[in-house]
Ligand binder design. Structure first.
Ligand SMILES: [Zn+2]
Length: 385
């Protein structure tokens, strides 16, 4: 922890005392969670329901105001909020959520000594507004609370949405978490999300703040989110590179390498090979490629099995060789429907089915059988030159 304060610049018609105390407390908790052990005292009292939610996760919290009504969206129209980043995953999430979903972008101020550029993401938000979304950009520097700079918890990018929940009458908060992160497919082995500490930690806490979680694309791989974006009418708005300009990605970073490789393998890349060749020689890309395993290795295994390998250095063929059937990554893993709020579940499922097919039983078994450990142990890290 490198600082003890952060700011969020909310619209002028949202004074701090109009925000539900449980939502303020949830935001504080999301940001400081890594440094809290057992006990937490908030500067304003919270409801009994929210305190109970945190108690369930073994945190002793207070003070409690017994007269404070827990948050409940008002009658009439209520909305889904989405922590929106501008990338392919959250744009795919928005594509399958109800059309009235409100995407909320955490607008991080430009910090010195970072390559971060928000131009592309801001352009995505502007384009969403043009097609009728009530997209909101909220300035917030919570990423500077830690060193190195970044989100203290993976759900803390939802802080602006949570703070606006009462104002916008939100009934839930959604995130663009993908299959690789949700079920361990981006790592060595499948893990059942239901059994994870993430599930135990966060679902009750959000629920007790009156803002249940929704992960609409938890069963969709990065392969699937690219497919959804290529087929959805807002898909072309997505920009994954956070170092490029509004019109062009940087063609230097790891994200660019992964996304470009994947797009080429799906025949969605219009960029051609020259950018890829440039990316392969980039130092950051080389470092990431020499890792064992590489992050989201399953996606690269899928992509390279579809690509002509002659443009790549010789070591690539061995490093990415496998005899796995990974075509299931083009489809969605249906047990993930448990993580879609029941109010919108059938609508989201029917939207996903418009873009990609559900996995067959045998393919769902393949997801559960994902284990890259033995394959990795037999390999030597990728070196080239
Ligand atoms: Zn880039």
């Amino acid at each position: 922890m490198s600082r003890t304060k952060f700011f969020v610049e909310l619209p002028v018609d949202v004074p701090i005392d109009s925000i539900h105390p449980d939502h303020l407390a949830l935001c504080a908790f999301l940001v400081i969670r890594p440094w809290v052990n057992k006990k937490l005292t908030f500067s304003i009292p919270i409801s009994q329901r929210f305190a109970d939610g945190l108690n369930k996760c073994n945190f002793t919290v207070g003070p409690v105001d017994e007269n404070l009504e827990p948050y409940l969206p008002k009658g009439g129209l209520s909305y889904m909020g989405l922590a929106y980043s501008g990338g392919a995953d959250s744009t795919a999430a928005l594509s399958v959520l109800p059309k009235t979903t409100i995407p909320i972008f955490l607008d991080r101020p430009k910090m010195e000594n970072t390559l971060y550029s928000k131009e592309a993401a801001i352009q995505s938000c502007e384009n969403l507004k043009k097609v009728g979304y009530q997209c909101l950009l909220i300035k917030c520097d919570l990423e500077s609370m830690r060193e190195p700079l970044g989100f203290p918890t993976d759900l803390s990018n939802g802080v602006p949405a949570i703070l606006l929940a009462q104002k916008l009458n939100l009934f839930a908060i959604s995130y663009g978490t993908v299959l690789e992160s949700m079920y361990g497919l981006g790592r060595l082995k499948f893990k059942d999300y239901e059994e994870t500490s993430h599930k135990r930690m966060w679902w009750d806490v959000f629920e007790s703040a009156g803002l249940p979680l929704t992960f609409p694309i938890a069963g969709v791989s990065e392969v699937g989110t690219e497919l959804i974006c290529s087929r959805s009418n807002i898909g072309s708005i997505a920009r994954s590179c956070i170092r490029g300009t509004a019109s062009e990605p940087c063609y230097k970073c790891w994200k660019c390498f992964r996304k470009l490789t994947l797009k080429q393998s799906l025949d969605l890349g219009a960029e051609g090979d020259e950018h890829l060749i440039g990316l392969i020689s980039n130092k950051e890309v080389r470092t990431k490629l020499s890792k064992m395993p590489i992050s989201h290795e399953n996606v690269l295994l899928y992509a390279f099995s579809k690509l002509e390998m002659s443009i790549y250095p010789p070591g690539f063929s061995t490093r990415f060789s496998h005899n796995l059937d990974l075509d299931y990554l083009e489809k969605w893993y249906t047990p993930s429907k448990a993580y879609i709020d029941s109010k919108i579940r059938s609508e989201v499922i029917s939207n996903i089915n418009q873009y990609i097919s559900p996995m067959q039983e045998r393919e769902e078994e393949l997801v559960k059988e994902w284990d890259n450990q033995v394959r990795i142990e037999k390999l030597i890290p990728l070196e080239y030159d």
